[in-house]
Design a protein around this ligand. Structure first.
Ligand SMILES: Nc1ncnc2c1ncn2[C@@H]1O[C@H](COP(=O)(O)OP(=O)(O)OP(=O)(O)O)[C@@H](O)[C@H]1O
Length: 271
């Protein structure tokens, strides 16, 4: 094998994200509050993983460490083999609240990161036709082609969240962080969003990390589900989800799906 091929192969084998004996504490009223203890796991390129666990166990904090917004107190979080020491650039984030700008229409909201984030903003005007096409493709994937010129207040909650997911992906981030993005939606809309999320992930081939309280959502979307225990928390269980893709809502009715659900549920109870 040529050296260059060997290097490329070695690089492709490095996990995109690695947590190595990571501990996290917060300072609160001059006391140290231990949140996460000795978490070690890794995420491969283009994997979709979920983190579930009791409220307050540190799931969002874990996303913050990946994004580089908060450092680990001990241990190392790595992105492609390098310790994360500052905010990562190639990350897309979606939260429970879609937070679209009310004075911009759907398309303009989706394009926003390209307008403000380097290096895209430098050539925004020049590349606008290409960016617009990319935004339109994402919007088509989530069924919003007919709502490009609508303003946020003209969209349902589910539609706003779909637009927010497109915005998180418009700069083709390598990593997508999802912090309970469907938590505020009704049960039917939420299930539709799972199907759309799967389509977006398959289209973009990003590495996705989802924090959710919904175990069915975690199983539906993920290759692996990590269960965190109560604070100070560790990963207490890892579930491999080998259900074939693309999954449909009928997948949730199968014995195999229900077996996986029971398995995660049992470990959360134990935690
Ligand atoms: N900046 C901070 N300073 C001090 N304590 C914090 C800070 N951020 C979070 N915490 C505390 O850390 C703990 C974990 O918070 P985090 O939001 O990561 O948990 P979570 O598992 O995502 O919770 P939930 O499921 O309820 O959203 C909580 O007790 C929270 O109060």
């Amino acid at each position: 094998m040529l050296d260059i091929e060997a290097i490329a192969t070695a690089q492709s084998e490095i996990p995109v994200l690695e947590f190595q004996q990571v501990c996290l504490e917060y300072a609160l009223n001059q006391q140290r509050l231990a949140i996460i203890e000795e978490v070690t796991f890794s995420i491969e390129r283009a994997e979709f993983i979920s983190i579930v666990g009791p409220s307050g166990c540190g799931k969002t904090s874990l996303l913050r460490m990946i994004s580089g917004l908060h450092p680990a107190t001990q241990g190392t979080v790595r992105f492609r083999g390098q310790p994360i020491v500052k905010p990562l650039k190639n990350v897309g984030i979606a939260f429970q609240k879609p937070v679209l700008l009310p004075w911009r229409n759907t398309l303009q909201n989706v394009l926003l990161p390209l307008e403000v984030v380097p290096p895209y903003k430098r050539k925004f005007r020049e590349n606008l036709p290409r960016y617009t096409q990319a935004a339109q493709e994402l919007l088509a994937t989530v069924g919003l082609s007919d709502f490009k010129t609508h303003y946020p207040w003209q969209l349902s909650g589910g539609m706003q969240q779909r637009a927010s997911l497109c915005r998180a992906l418009i700069h083709q981030p390598e990593i997508l962080l999802l912090d309970e993005p469907f938590g505020a939606l009704d049960a039917f809309t939420r299930e539709e969003m799972w199907v759309m999320m799967q389509a977006l992930w398959q289209k973009t081939q990003c590495t996705a990390v989802l924090v959710t309280h919904d175990l069915r959502e975690a199983i539906f979307l993920s290759d692996k589900v990590y269960v965190m225990g109560p604070r100070p928390s560790r990963i207490i269980y890892e579930l491999q989800v080998d259900l074939p893709r693309p999954r449909t809502l009928e997948t949730c009715l199968t014995d195999e799906f229900n077996h996986l659900f029971a398995e995660v549920r049992r470990h959360i109870r134990r935690g």
